[in-house]
Design a binder for this molecule. Structure first.
Ligand code: HEC
Ligand code: HEC
Length: 381
């Protein structure tokens, strides 16, 4: 645990040196530089080409962790295996279910010994297109992210050294790690790199929206979803302003962006206290109080409940929340829409809300081929 905090502190210190303490958003282009490679574990297997589904940008792989058939297969096996947890029962997939775009249908995640977390499990499909990981962005790469759940006492409650020992005692894993990296000691760096590569393969696009917007198929979305898209794109404070945070670019759409925002979800509606400091815990800056990562909206119809605390059960509830301008608090984002959204006459608002929900339903994409547990083809039970 201590070791984890020291490491986290070191990452934050480096981040602070690189980005300074300004309001400037962290740019995705620069984050690779601050996760120094130890150069110890380099994949040696067969390189694979990764194709990009309609509507998504290319997947960027770090130089020291290119995709290989071996690391992908290994990452997939690890992801679905309880071996990474202390009691051997909790796997990554326990909280990131491939049936629902690798999200968690529970309000907050439940880990080893049935301990409940405080935050809602996140969607891992398309996580590679987020510029930082976790609701508060505390990990900058998927490689760094993997340490979090393994060590978290209320998730997998294990130690990195403990995981290394368990894997080293398993002949099949020794063989697979040897093929993927090189024969010898299995290190957690190898585990993290394999998991990260598998996760980078989990991209999902070619939704009805993609076929309509990028593929030129005007029949791909229904009339209501097309109207919803128009409302979504209205980027004024008297309109829904969704696209200002959930971005749609000319050539692709990630529906996220490189900033954290306080929308007021963390405000307790009764006491008006902020219940989760969010990004403040990472930066120490008051302006980041209650601010969270902008989650992608791709596959959103599959991933209820919503928000960092799982406090909203339906997309209708989420849209209502925005039409009320979020929940007031001192750090409320300046880009939240202003109620009562003067651009849409009050009488038309129920239909506009329904249209926005219909639009979000058009964001369900094709699931990637690897989005299932490995079969028995590995010869390991
Ligand atoms: C006990 C439930 C649980 C387990 C087990 C678990 N996770 Fe998570 N995962 C979560 C929760 C909850 C979050 C959000 C936590 C936060 O932001 O503080 C999350 C966030 C993530 C994210 C960030 C996604 C994003 O868009 O920012 C990734 C990636 C991820 N998990 C991968 C993994 C991997 C890989 C494993 C296995 C090594 C794993 N998780 C195991 C519950 C879990
Ligand atoms: C100021 C930036 C901002 C604007 C504007 C905005 N969002 Fe969000 N959105 C966020 C953030 C940040 C979160 C996560 C908030 C949290 O959990 O505390 C979020 C969460 C969501 C979620 C839940 C996602 C999940 O995986 O749980 C939905 C759905 C959503 N937004 C839809 C919309 C729609 C529709 C609009 C326009 C009406 C919109 N958003 C406008 C920043 C924004």
């Amino acid at each position: 645990m201590l070791c984890h905090w020291v490491r986290l502190a070191a990452v934050l210190w480096v981040a602070a040196q690189v980005f300074g303490q300004s309001d400037v958003p962290i740019r995705a282009r620069s984050y690779r530089n601050i996760a120094p490679s130890t150069g110890a574990a380099i994949p040696i297997g067969r390189r694979v080409e990764v194709s990009v589904p309609l509507g998504l940008p290319p997947v960027r792989f770090p130089e020291d962790n290119p995709p290989t058939a071996e690391t992908i297969a290994l990452g997939r096996k690890l992801f679905f295996d309880g071996i990474l947890s202390r009691d051997g029962k909790v796997s990554c997939a326990s909280c990131h279910d491939p049936q629902v775009a690798f999200s968690d249908p529970r309000t907050v995640s439940i880990g080893v010994d049935g301990l409940a977390g405080t935050r809602q499990g996140m969607v891992i499909v398309n996580a590679t297109h987020s510029f930082a990981q976790f609701w508060d962005g505390r990990a900058l790469t998927l490689e760094q992210q993997a340490e979090g759940p393994v060590q978290n006492p209320i998730e997998m409650a294990h130690s990195l050294a403990g995981v290394e020992r368990k894997l080293a005692a398993d002949a099949r894993y020794v063989e697979l790690f040897g093929e993927a990296f090189s024969p010898g000691r299995i290190t957690f760096e190898m585990v993290a790199k394999s998991l990260a590569t598998y996760e980078r393969m989990l991209v999902s696009g070619n939704s009805a929206f993609d076929r309509y917007y990028y593929g030129g198929d005007k029949t791909a979305m229904n009339e209501s979803a097309i109207r919803g898209l128009k409302f979504f794109l209205d980027n004024t404070l008297d309109g829904p302003n969704c696209v200002s945070c959930h971005r749609i670019e000319p050539a692709y759409a990630t529906f996220t962006e490189e900033r954290f925002h306080n929308t007021g979800v963390a405000v307790d509606p009764e006491t008006l206290n902020i219940r989760d400091a969010g990004r403040l815990a990472v930066t120490g800056l008051m302006k980041d109080r209650g601010a969270f990562k902008v989650p992608t909206l791709r596959n959103i119809a599959l991933t209820a409940p919503y928000m960092h605390n799982g406090s909203m059960k339906t997309l209708e509830e989420a849209v209502d929340f925005y039409f009320q301008g979020g929940r007031p608090n001192p750090q409320l984002s300046g880009v939240m829409p202003h109620a009562p959204l003067h651009n849409i006459p009050l009488a038309g608002q129920p239909q506009a809300k329904a249209d926005l929900v219909e639009f979000m339903k058009a964001l369900t994409g094709e699931m990637p081929e690897l989005a299932s547990p490995p079969g028995n083809e590995t010869g390991h039970d």
